[in-house]
Design a protein around this ligand. Structure first.
Ligand code: 4GY
Length: 248
């Protein structure tokens, strides 16, 4: 009998003060099924478990004064060291990421890069966030979901993992669902319709009932272009630039 070596599944390690928030929504639907199948792995580490004193203190008041509390660098460092242990042993773990509004804004390119790698380590901040020195010392990659402030990094970590996991082969089912996806081409999605063909006096665009696949494809592309032009001039400019470079 022979055994086939399976590649190690994509591996998310989450460092958090609220481990009970995981898997959360990641335990549901396709991501949850894929997690059960072992198509990807989730390891949640409680940062509090790395506190050194009997009260298991993880935060302290900010030097210089001001509101709130700051997560201690020594405690977060100990948690990171544990998460990065496999890397010490030569097993790749992927980048260590701190979810923060100060970071590079997450986009589909970064999601694809992460999905192509072995996994990632996600540090979830609470209170006023991490002591700057532990960010520097580990060269943490700061990643933001957008220009707003959450009460902690956990929902951002869940969103990031969700975006990556749906790209893992087998998780989403039909590969063409992903290939056709507008963001892969740098456009917003074309509008979608299903039954009933006439709903509250609103008919579905006739072309979609024609069965003419080439024309439908062209119509959808035009719709995707129009909505992108209107709503996201930044994406539209980038799309046109790419189109000029590759002559279509
Ligand atoms: N926006 N994108 C975000 C966030 C919470 C205080 C630092 C975001 O990714 N994360 O708002 N995070 C804050 C909470 C500590 C992180």
């Amino acid at each position: 009998m022979t055994t086939t070596a399976r590649p190690r599944p994509w591996h998310a390690q989450v460092l958090t003060l609220f481990p009970e928030m995981f898997p959360g929504t990641l335990g549901h639907s396709l991501a949850g099924k894929a997690l059960e199948r072992g198509d990807w792995r989730l390891e949640v580490m409680d940062i509090r478990g790395f506190a050194k004193d009997k009260h298991r203190t993880v935060d302290d008041t900010p030097f210089g004064g001001g509101p709130g509390m700051v997560m201690r660098p020594d405690v977060v460092d100990a948690a990171l060291a544990a998460a990065l242990q496999p890397a010490e042993n030569g097993e790749p773990v992927g980048p260590a990421i701190y979810l923060s509004p100060r970071g590079r804004v997450l986009d589909q390119d970064l999601v694809q890069d992460l999905a192509a790698g072995p996994g990632c380590v996600l540090v979830c901040g609470r209170y006023e966030g991490l002591d700057e020195r532990v960010i520097e010392a580990h060269g943490l990659m700061e990643v933001s979901l957008g220009d707003f402030v959450l009460s902690g990094g956990e929902p951002a970590a869940i969103a990031l993992i969700d975006a990556v996991v749906r790209l893992i082969p087998g998780v989403m089912g039909a590969a063409e669902t992903l290939e056709e996806e507008s963001f892969e081409r740098g456009l917003l999605e074309y509008p979608h319709y299903t039954r009933p063909a006439d709903w509250q006096g609103r008919p579905v665009p006739e072309i979609l009932l024609s069965g003419h696949h080439e024309k439908i494809k062209a119509w959808r592309l035009r719709q995707a272009e129009e909505v992108t032009k209107l709503r996201r001039p930044d994406l539209w400019a980038a799309y046109q630039k790419r189109r000029a470079e590759t002559q279509g």
